[in-house]
Write a protein that binds this ligand. Structure first.
Ligand code: DAT
Ligand code: MG
Length: 149
């Protein structure tokens, strides 16, 4: 079963949006298999955003993501990687469609509330970076036959 890494960034936590965001993934029908609350180290943030290290916004991005606690999660489900990106919406909340998390809740590219892996390879890398294997729970919700045929 496919898994993706999702993080509620410090702005989402500070604004009290964690419950709202988790609710959207739950009600969609995805399964939470890992969750932790932590203030990321610079090293973790730099590894997480390594693909962007040459970009002009990299230093500010690392400052921001390490500036307070984040909710780090792994969600599971059929097609969850691409579907989560759709639930999240476009990178710039000003361009994100209403109905998406960024479209409904955000107003600035530097404060876009949430991170989601963008492909199977990045999901695997990010899950391994943020979680030990034993921190992930293998389980099947009892409602699954009503969510998925
Ligand atoms: P996403 O988070 O949608 O996967 P990304 O991987 O391209 O977007 O960029 C990572 C984060 O970097 C993004 O969530 C916000 C920040 N960012 C991206 N482009 C930026 C820009 N042009 N100016 C400022 N911050 C930017
Ligand atoms: Mg990205």
């Amino acid at each position: 079963m496919e898994r993706t890494f999702i993080a509620i960034k410090p702005d989402g936590v500070q604004r009290g949006l964690a419950g709202e965001i988790i609710r959207r993934f739950e009600t969609k029908g995805f399964t939470l298999v890992g969750l932790k609350f932590l203030q990321p180290s610079r090293e973790l943030a730099e590894q997480h955003y390594a693909v962007h290290k040459e970009r002009p916004f990299f230093a500010g991005l690392v400052d921001f993501i390490t500036s307070g606690p984040v909710v780090a999660m792994v969600w599971e489900g059929d097609g969850v990687i691409a579907s989560a990106r759709k639930l999240i919406g476009a990178t710039n909340p000003l361009n994100a469609e209403p109905g998406t998390i960024r479209g409904d809740l955000g107003a600035n590219i530097g404060r876009n509330i949430i991170h989601g892996s963008d492909a199977p390879e990045t999901a695997e890398y990010e899950i391994g970076l943020w979680f030990k294997p034993e921190e992930l729970v293998n389980w099947t919700p009892t409602i699954m036959p009503w969510v998925h045929e």
